[in-house]
Design a protein around this ligand. Structure first.
Ligand SMILES: [Zn+2]
Length: 131
């Protein structure tokens, strides 16, 4: 599934679950390929490695994705996009705050493959969000 389509599914899923101001921020989001992502990978702590694939706060209303984001399976793409939406919804909150927002407001747990710190959601959520 194309990344734009997956973000569209997340927007739809957020509609009746988030407040108007946050929804406005989420609805404005677009995905754009960003070549700066690899440069910032692996800094500071291991959680930074997730930035190999995506980041926010670089360009207004944009979730930057790596050129190779498209190779990821849908449940990873959705996990990453949800995590980034969590950053936006919390006013660029930190890593745990982003995932906590996704859990508290949307009811979805963002999981990590421990070796890569790569986000994923369980497959039943893929169906729930995109079905
Ligand atoms: Zn970027």
């Amino acid at each position: 599934m194309r990344t734009e389509h997956l973000l569209g599914c997340i927007k739809k899923y957020c509609r009746n679950k988030v407040d108007d101001n946050t929804l406005h921020l989420i609805m404005a989001l677009r995905v754009k390929t960003c070549k700066d992502i690899k440069k910032s990978a692996g800094r500071r702590d291991t959680r930074e490695k997730a930035r190999m694939y995506s980041h926010v706060g670089h360009k207004p209303d944009v979730i930057c994705i790596a050129p190779d984001f498209s190779i990821l399976p849908a449940n990873c793409k959705l996990g990453i996009l949800l995590h980034e939406v969590g950053h936006i919804a919390t006013g660029l909150g930190n890593e745990p705050e982003a995932d906590l927002w996704v859990k508290d407001v949307l009811g979805i747990t963002v999981n990590y493959y421990s070796d890569l710190e790569l986000e994923y959601i369980n497959n039943n959520w893929v169906e729930e969000i995109c079905g």
